[in-house]
Design a protein around this ligand. Structure first.
Ligand SMILES: Cc1cc2nc3c(=O)[nH]c(=O)nc-3n(C[C@H](O)[C@H](O)[C@H](O)COP(=O)(O)O)c2cc1C
Length: 314
């Protein structure tokens, strides 16, 4: 069974990757499995400069998943290049660097710093793509970037200094996801990553106040899997030539296959890693087994099959 897939110009040894913010900043998961056996590790989103994130508590369990408001804590692009990239190179991981900002200018700065730092780094070939996280809150009063078609395109254009394939990570909390996907593609995104968390809130039964320090947060895990399947399905139906990376509530090989059948070329595993740090490796194995069990020889052949009559065309 051939497990190689392509996301635009990027070739992955396996479609399963670790999702941003759930697998550390670099090589942390190498304690639990061989990072060169999965497609890539998408690192925690980093900004141009250090950022403290939100007040605690930052995570809370829900039925079938969790809610978080970590707030994109991180030490910045330069620190990542000096400290985390070498560790990833040492274990032959493939890195997808996720960047974020609070304004178009901050995205531009993060992209420029990443470009300059990677140009000087002996480990630049460890990076295979850059995922631009457009689904984070913007503190200049614009809400989530990926809910604004023009601004999403502006951010992607601002990141064009990067000589790596760009993926745009979009939000499911809008009815404009197809228009946003098209706009970011036209502005330079080679692929879109669908989906980031679904906005929500949990109250504490003792205090009657929000359980998270930030108030609201983002829901992830199994609870949002059908939202991810629907978003991937709709975007693939409207834009069949736009490569999609599917993410949201994948806890098994079947759920990874489901996102591919809906239209994803590859998938990411997030919250499942908090329950079991070996989840990415386990799910990658299960997906390969599932494909073989269904008589297929190429995992890539799953992409979009649900739109073409499924596994058993009429
Ligand atoms: C604790 C936590 C932190 C996250 N941090 C980021 C982040 O820094 N950047 C990003 O693009 N997505 C981040 N995400 C979103 C995940 O990458 C993923 O899109 C989402 O959780 C849905 O996938 P899942 O249900 O498999 O977790 C985070 C999710 C969680 C649970």
């Amino acid at each position: 069974m051939n497990s190689h897939v392509r996301v635009g110009s990027v070739e992955l040894v396996h479609p399963v990757m670790a999702a941003s913010g759930t697998a550390g900043h670099g090589a942390e998961l190498s304690a639990y499995g061989a990072l060169d056996s999965i497609g890539a590790v998408v690192v925690k989103s980093i900004a141009a400069t250090e950022w403290a994130g939100n007040p605690a508590p930052r995570v809370h369990p829900i039925a079938q998943g969790m809610i978080n408001a970590v707030g994109l804590q991180g030490l910045g692009v330069q620190h990542w290049i000096e400290h985390d990239l070498p560790a990833m190179a040492a274990v032959n991981a493939s890195a997808v660097v996720s960047i974020w900002g609070r304004s178009v200018d901050e995205y531009r700065q993060a992209a420029q710093l990443l470009h300059d730092g990677l140009e000087r780094s002996p480990h630049r070939s460890t990076v295979i793509a850059v995922e631009v996280n457009l689904s984070c809150p913007n503190m200049h009063g614009h809400g989530i970037f990926a809910h604004d078609i023009a601004m999403s395109a502006e951010v992607m254009a601002a990141c064009s200094v990067l000589e790596y394939p760009l993926w745009a990570k979009l939000s499911p909390n809008t009815d404009r996801v197809i228009a946003v996907a098209q706009a970011v593609h036209e502005a330079g995104a080679e692929a879109v990553t669908l989906i980031n968390t679904v906005v929500g809130m949990v109250l504490d039964p003792e205090t009657g106040r929000p359980a998270l320090g930030n108030g609201g947060g983002g829901i992830s895990g199994r609870a949002i899997h059908p939202v991810a399947v629907r978003t991937v399905f709709d975007v693939h139906a409207a834009l069949p030539n736009l490569p999609i990376v599917g993410v949201g509530g994948v806890t098994s090989g079947w759920e990874a296959a489901e996102l591919m059948l809906a239209g994803a070329s590859a998938v990411q595993v997030g919250t499942a890693t908090f329950a079991d740090p070996r989840a990415c490796f386990k799910i990658a194995g299960e997906l390969s087994e599932w494909v073989t069990r269904h008589g297929l020889t190429e995992v890539a052949s799953l992409t979009g099959l649900a739109h073409r009559g499924g596994l058993t065309p009429p």
